[in-house]
Design a protein around this ligand. Structure first.
Ligand code: IFG
Length: 504
């Protein structure tokens, strides 16, 4: 694969020529341009320069400068006469200042990269775009058979097709050690993903250590000391992600998927009944008790200060009404509220109250599609996350949600926890997020999507091989131009090359 074609995801525009420049690792400098609004001392780029030096020259052992080799077609016996001068520097110019912030949905990730006449120049509007350009630069460098590093004369103008390009990890079905999360963030950056959707708690375990409610993890985690995320673990993940330009959006899924919550917060979940007596099992959060909302208010108040992103994912998926139906107090409450026997109204009552709590904390909400399907009244800027059904069903859902005026994210065809024999990356690659019936206005409401790796059968032993390079197919679909990425054979060659890079 010609090196420039190896860049993954494919840039919006890339042109390169046979002209190439050798690179001497010990002589190449990443420099801030004189006019750059960002200068040394910007942690994000200072650390990125170091990181990308290691990544670009990952095969380099620091030995003597490698012999400089022939330019193609060079006939002089004196090899040194043949090569162009080595690339001396990559000069980075960032238009807007700001290095101590966090990426968000509106961050500018576009950049321009040109390698010509022995000089590399990278310009970007923000540091986040500069990070994307550094990733592309690192993928343009290659070694010839003698090990000399080269980069071809190249011009790149690039920007993402969608602003929300996410990956969900589920740390409840199986605990994932922090190092697995950090490694995943690194691989996400190589694929230009920019959102880590941390599905941090669920039915089986509650590993998030809440300073406000320490019993939630001490009673609800798989192990109260070893299978938890302390505040410093959480802050380490958030900072590591920030340095890569990746947002961290936590999901505390309620009212369903909350079995582990009940261990540390007695009285929070609905007691299920068998006839007229409690069965001893528990169901969704009890939506009729004020104590439930007081608890949620305190917990989400803490979560809002721990996680800086302006979005929180509230879940709202797969609420099983059977337990609510069995409980005589709930039955009483349904009558009092005039909900009749429509338990979707009770679910809406709960979600509406929760969204009010979260909105009061100045956070925007992401919710799974059931919240929309059950006609829950939510603020207009709530993002609906489509996850159910086959192509026909999720396309219909995308159409309905955007017709309702809501922003939308697509995950349904990208449940990578579902594995098949062979090259199933192709199915993920062929997805067209805008392939539903709708007006141009509706299409503008598609913020992007997320690949999901649910943890029922995934832990640190198989997470990475199950995720990569399959998730790369989603990464290219969400970053690159649709028309330029419709050929599976070309994608195969580039993805194979990219996988080799990942293995370095
Ligand atoms: C929104 C959503 O996906 N909810 C559940 N659906 C099935 C998944 C496994 O494929 C997980 O169990 C997940 O918790």
């Amino acid at each position: 694969v010609p090196p420039a074609q190896g860049v993954w995801p494919l840039p919006q525009s890339l042109s390169s020529s046979a002209e190439r420049y050798p690179l001497r690792p010990r002589e190449l400098n990443f420099l801030y341009g004189k006019g750059s609004a960002v200068q040394p001392g910007c942690t994000i780029l200072d650390t990125a320069f170091k990181r990308y030096f290691r990544i670009t020259f990952s095969g380099y052992s620091g030995g003597k400068p490698l012999t400089v080799n022939k330019k193609p077609g060079c006939v002089s016996p004196d090899r040194s006469l043949c090569d162009s001068a080595p690339l001396a520097a990559l000069v980075v110019n960032v238009q807007k200042g700001g290095c101590d912030g966090f990426p968000d949905l509106n961050s500018r990730e576009d950049y321009k990269l040109s390698i010509a006449d022995g000089l590399g120049s990278l310009s970007a509007v923000s540091v986040w775009g500069a990070l994307r350009g550094l990733e592309t630069f690192s993928q343009l460098v290659y070694q010839d058979q003698e090990g000399t590093y080269y980069i071809n004369k190249t011009d790149v103008v690039d920007f993402p097709r969608f602003p929300h390009r996410g990956l969900l990890l589920d740390t409840s079905r199986h605990y994932l050690p922090v190092r697995s999360i950090l490694e995943t963030l690194d691989a996400m950056a190589y694929n230009k993903f920019n959102v880590f959707h941390w599905h941090i708690v669920d039915d089986p375990s509650f590993p998030y250590q809440s300073p406000t409610f320490p019993n939630l993890s001490s009673k609800g985690a798989f192990h109260p000391q070893t299978h938890i995320y302390t505040m410093s673990d959480v802050k380490q993940v958030i900072e590591h992600a920030r340095l890569w330009g990746i947002r961290v959006i936590p999901e505390f899924d309620t009212p369903g998927h909350t079995q582990s919550w009940g261990k540390g917060q007695p009285g929070l979940l609905t007691a299920c009944y068998k006839g007229s007596v409690p069965s001893g099992t528990f169901g969704p959060v009890n939506p009729m008790l004020n104590t439930s909302y007081q608890f949620m208010s305190m917990l989400f108040n803490e979560i809002s200060s721990v996680f800086p992103d302006s979005y929180l994912h509230l879940g709202g998926d797969e609420v099983n009404f059977a337990c609510w139906k069995s409980n005589p107090d709930i039955q009483q409450f349904m009558k009092k509220m005039g909900f009749g026997t429509d338990y979707r109204k009770l679910e809406s009552f709960y979600i509406e109250n929760l969204v009010k709590i979260v909105t009061a904390l100045n956070k925007n909400s992401l919710v799974w599609q059931e919240v929309f399907d059950n006609a829950v009244k939510v603020p207009a800027d709530t993002v609906v996350h489509v996850w159910k059904g086959n192509k026909e069903q999720y396309s219909q859902e995308m159409s309905s949600v955007t017709a309702g005026g809501f922003k939308v994210l697509l995950s349904a065809p990208w449940y990578l926890n579902v594995i098949n024999y062979g090259q199933d990356w192709m199915e993920a690659y062929k997805v067209e997020p805008l392939g539903f019936n709708g007006t141009a206005e509706q299409k503008k409401l598609v913020m992007g999507g997320e690949a999901c790796m649910w943890g029922e059968y995934v832990d640190a032993t198989n997470l990475t091989p199950r995720l990569w390079p399959r998730a790369g197919a989603v990464g290219e679909r969400l970053w690159s131009d649709e028309a330029q990425t419709s050929n599976l054979d070309m994608a195969y060659d580039r993805l194979a090359e990219f996988r080799c890079r990942l293995l370095r």
